[in-house]
Design a protein around this ligand. Structure first.
Ligand code: NAD
Length: 504
């Protein structure tokens, strides 16, 4: 495994170097919480230099449907680091989501969301929760490849790649090592999706061996999310694919009571972006009552990312101390427990006055207890022996009796390529299906080489070639079958690269 990965370089971390940051003040409460956050960064001696960029509502309304100007792209490309306040996407005129544009254009493959409880200052049932969710951000069902194939059936392609898995899983282990975390939990559903989630799990097992000092565990996503919701204190770092990560990061933030207080990082190979997880809150904009904690937490993540761990810990601990001592913006103010209701800027001043303090009740931030080093790796593809052994032809057919289509297809012989089985919605219906199985108009018909044998329950396949597939398609077409797509069946290094039908 190690040979596949070429160790590239450690991320340059120089705590004394001034790092330029593209700063977007955002819309709604954005300018207020950004001003509060920048005051704190300055007072804490963060070695950063903000360079302001224009993006969001005004840029959209000027006719730029992407919501970001060319000048802003130049600053981002130069600085490679973005601190972004929330923006407002105007509704209903085909404006593209700026976050999706930034994430996709900049290749921000990892979404990192630390969630910790602030009990009893922010209501939660889980006083000791301190979890970091690391979500793959580019692949999975979010690739947006969807098709309607028949009148009854639509599909969405779930794409999981080895380089994508290696990158996010390595990121999770490197993150744990860099910031002194002890355990990484992988969440997948590989009991069902044996190839896609199976790959994610397999790569997790391989990479975990390279980090013997970090505990590695795997859970099935359904029971894993239930356990996370019931006992979040048992989790440390969680790594998962895009859709599962989207769901569990919201569950985690919700049960911590901190949806309005969490920050997140979007990490790419060259660029990283940091922001609060909440939106631009237009309902309270301009009133100086917004809580800047989410953006302050995002700034803490940014400082850690560029290696300014001490300053990050200092700001985070001052923030926790301020909350612990009862200085609260209206969203978390409780008359029985809070000491003073403060404005956005007053809150920032309270945080600044507590720089150097550590909280007495809340979990102290100790980013410095890790190595602080995050290495990056380059993917090296190993050459596999790929052999074509069959083809799945998907046919749109409005009949209802599998025997009828099965018997007709069995008569087709394309240079020894013969029908092996038919499934409908993944369940085998021919030969020997059950009459109870409901059938739609979407029939997956598997053709394999004639000399393929069935050894007990494990089929053994023989190599075929593309000419046979083309001949089959031609015969299906002339036989009046409406083929809506095909999927080639391959073996890679002798291992089956496709799933069996349920009941096959
Ligand atoms: P929102 O998060 O802006 O607001 C939801 C509720 O939470 C509101 O009542 C708001 O007042 C409150 N709230 C949010 N942040 C707060 C804070 N820091 N302090 C105190 N209260 C806070 O969600 P929404 O209303 O659905 O969205 C408003 C706008 O934000 C929309 O245009 C949406 O597209 C945009 N948005 C942007 C981002 C982003 O830029 N990353 C993320 C989500 C939503």
């Amino acid at each position: 495994m190690k040979n596949d990965i070429l160790f590239q370089e450690s991320i340059q971390r120089n705590t004394h170097k001034i790092t330029k940051v593209a700063v977007a003040k955002g819309d709604g409460i954005g300018p207020e919480i950004m001003s509060a956050t920048l005051d704190i960064l300055k007072a804490a001696g963060a070695n950063i230099e903000p360079e302001f960029i224009d993006l969001g509502e005004q840029v959209y309304l000027s006719g730029n449907t992407a919501g970001i100007s060319n000048d802003s792209w130049d600053v981002i490309n130069r600085n490679k680091l973005i601190l972004k306040a929330p923006v407002t996407t105007p509704q209903g005129k085909g404006y593209k989501s700026l976050n999706v544009t930034l994430r996709k254009s900049l290749g921000l493959y990892a979404n990192v969301r630390p969630v910790s409880s602030l009990h009893p200052f922010v209501k939660t049932h889980f006083p000791n929760m301190d979890v970091v969710i690391i979500r793959e951000n580019e692949e999975d069902l979010y690739a947006g490849i969807e098709h309607q194939q028949t009148q009854d059936v639509v599909q969405c392609l779930k794409l999981i790649t080895r380089p994508g898995c290696e990158r996010i899983i390595r990121y999770a282990f490197e993150y744990a090592k860099a910031y002194g975390r002890k355990k990484v939990t992988c969440m997948v559903k590989d009991n069902i999706m044996k190839l896609t989630d199976g790959l994610f799990h397999q790569v997790f097992k391989e990479i975990s061996l390279e980090y013997p000092n970090i505990k590695a565990e795997s859970q099935i996503i359904d029971i894993g999310s239930a356990k996370l919701a019931a006992n979040p204190e048992n989790y440390d770092v969680i790594v998962t694919s895009n859709l599962y990560g989207d769901i569990i990061s919201d569950i985690a933030a919700e049960i911590a009571g901190s949806v309005g207080l969490a920050g997140s990082a979007n990490i790419g190979t060259n660029v990283a972006m940091f922001e609060a997880i909440h939106g631009s809150a237009p309902d309270i904009a301009g009133k100086q009552i917004a809580n800047p904690s989410g953006l302050i937490n995002a700034a803490v993540l940014m400082l850690a990312h560029i290696g300014q761990l001490k300053i990050a810990d200092n700001i985070k601990n001052a923030l926790l101390t301020t909350i612990e001592e009862g200085y609260h913006t209206p969203d978390i103010y409780q008359s029985e427990t809070s000491k003073k209701k403060v404005s956005t800027q007053e809150f920032a001043k309270e945080v600044i006055s507590r720089l150097g303090n550590t909280p007495k009740h809340l979990v102290v931030s100790k980013l410095t207890q890790g190595s602080g080093e995050m290495r990056t790796f380059e993917y090296k593809r190993k050459k596999a022996n790929k052999v074509l052994v069959g083809v799945d032809a998907f046919i749109d057919w409005s009949g209802s009796d599998p025997k009828e289509i099965g018997d007709a297809l069995s008569k087709i012989n394309a240079y020894n390529l013969k029908l092996k089985m038919i499934t409908n919605r993944g369940v085998k219906v021919y030969p020997n299906g059950l009459k109870e199985t409901y059938c739609t108009d979407h029939w997956r018909c598997r053709f394999v080489g004639l000399d393929a044998k069935i050894k007990k329950t494990i089929p053994s396949y023989s190599a075929i070639d593309q000419e046979q597939v083309i001949a089959l398609l031609s015969k299906l077409h002339s036989g009046g079958f409406d083929v809506i797509k095909t999927e080639n069946l391959y073996e890679f290094d002798g291992k089956r690269g496709f799933s069996l039908g349920q009941g096959e």
